[in-house]
Design a protein around this ligand. Structure first.
Ligand code: ZN
Length: 479
């Protein structure tokens, strides 16, 4: 019998903004528009005004080639831009500059972890294209009476990464996206925290049903939820003997459902043809140039952490999930015990950051590696307790300040217990001359009264037999 997992087939088209570039794909408008007013990062080229000529951003091609190589894809020696024609208000030219017959790269794969071990998600192709503008709706896309258009995003450099239909569950799709995001962040071509940085079209079909495309999902959680909803919807249709129509659907994030948008376009509807205003790109030189610029990838880093720092596989796996967290760890582990560093970073700091919905960029600001080194040193010297260390981390993340200042202010230095008990014993002797006299005159039990005083002061923490000996010694030495 086939399980549900085998009946579901999922493929993804991921649109990644190469938002670490300074300028757009075909003009010199700045890419850092996210904080600015709508329609302030525009020019005749990205507004698609008649006669405006696009010029390819060479850095964008380098970023794209670097990404393709890191995804194990074959960069094609010769690549061409095409016009993809369609009419939509976010696309003022009436066409999008994309790639069709001669994409930048073919093949490639991303390795993900599944419950049954590692799995290679194979890629079909990777191509470059420009981002359209952004439509906003008052309320929801299905009920709004009009749309607002912001062209700041128009002409942003995009990479479209298309997988083969090889995923079999929403969870696998989410794992793939997570891993892709990590690789892109390692390559430093992409900042996933920016709005619209990664958008996904998901194709899903069940055995015996038509292929449904869910367009423009903007969060990983959204992808997982949209696919889960579709599986249920399509299964119910098939179970009742109905057809699953081949169509495009929209994911309504607020209501957690997908809704039908239109029947799916066929490729011929787009009337692709080569973009006459751009020359083809021969990639050999760029490939040679960027080959050496690919940094250590997550799996290599994980293996190095294990051998170089002697930490466990499970800790190493987590540490490499975010390049900033990996850097943080290396800075701390170079100064203190690496296992303690891994434990405090993975189990405590990471948890505290997650709780605040922050990442390690925030840690660098509020609790930099030097602070962690200091806290771990204090722990090693038993100057503070684990509980106090957590309190220092929390206080710094929420209110700033410096480690020593917080320790003083909150009185967090652990008291040296031996010293404390010795002092309390001395005090008991000094404050109870009668008991001392009784003891000296032969009433050995009188010491028990003094021990009782110490027990009371320490709320029972002290060891009575030990106190007896200490007090005896103090009196004997005095007399
Ligand atoms: Zn522009």
């Amino acid at each position: 019998m086939q399980t549900l997992e085998q009946e579901v087939v999922i493929g993804l088209e991921v649109h990644v903004q190469l938002n670490k570039l300074n300028t757009k794909l075909f003009c010199s408008c700045s890419t850092s528009y996210h904080e600015d007013e709508p329609n302030t990062h525009v020019c005749p080229v990205c507004l698609g005004l008649p006669g405006a000529m696009p010029v390819i951003n060479k850095e964008a091609v380098k970023f794209a080639v670097k990404t393709a190589l890191a995804l194990n894809a074959e960069v094609q020696p010769f690549t061409v831009f095409d016009r993809k024609n369609y009419f939509y208000p976010d696309l003022p030219k009436g066409f999008q500059i994309s790639q069709y017959d001669n994409p930048l790269a073919l093949g490639g794969y991303v390795t993900i972890e599944t419950d049954s071990g590692e799995k290679k998600i194979t890629l079909k192709r990777i191509h470059m294209e420009e981002d359209p503008g952004k439509l906003s709706y008052k309320g929801s896309i299905t009920t709004a009476k009009y749309s607002l258009i912001d062209y700041n995003r128009s002409g942003m450099p995009l990479l479209e990464i298309v997988t083969e239909p090889v995923m079999h569950s929403p969870k696998e799709a989410r794992e793939f996206l997570n891993k892709l995001r990590i690789i892109l962040e390692y390559l430093d071509v992409f900042d996933g925290s920016l709005e619209g940085a990664m958008r996904v079209d998901a194709n899903i079909s069940l055995k015996g049903g038509g292929r449904v495309e869910i367009k423009n999902i903007s969060s990983f959680k959204g992808v997982e939820r949209a696919l889960t909803y579709e599986i249920t919807r399509q299964k119910n249709l098939l179970r009742r003997g109905r057809k699953v129509e081949r169509e495009t659907r929209h994911f309504d994030e607020a209501n957690n459902i997908t809704v039908s948008l239109r029947t799916k376009e066929e490729e011929q509807d787009y009337r692709y043809f080569p973009e006459p205003d751009l020359v083809p790109i021969y990639t050999a030189e760029i490939v040679e140039e960027v080959k050496g610029q690919i940094p250590e990838m997550p799996e290599e880093k994980r293996d190095r952490f294990i051998s170089q720092y002697g930490i466990s596989l499970s800790k190493a796996k987590i540490l490499v999930l975010d390049p900033k967290m990996a850097d943080y760890f290396e800075e701390v582990a170079s100064k203190v015990d690496s296992k303690k560093a891994a434990r405090w970073i993975v189990d405590v700091l990471r948890g505290e950051l997650n709780y605040r919905d922050k990442d390690f960029r925030y840690a660098y600001e509020r609790f930099p590696p030097g602070d962690m080194v200091r806290v771990i040193e204090y722990l090693e010297n038993e100057k503070i307790t684990d509980k106090s260390a957590v309190e220092i981390i929390r206080t710094k993340l929420d209110h700033g300040g410096d480690v020593d200042g917080i320790i003083q202010e909150k009185n967090l230095f652990a008291i040296d217990e031996e010293e404390e008990i010795l002092n309390l014993c001395r005090k008991a002797v000094e404050e109870n001359p009668k008991a001392v006299e009784d003891y000296l005159s032969g009433k050995k039990n009188a010491i028990n009264f003094l021990v009782g005083q110490v027990m009371k002061a320490t709320k029972g923490r002290a060891d009575p037999a030990e106190c007896f000996q200490i007090i005896k010694k103090i009196i004997d030495e005095k007399n």
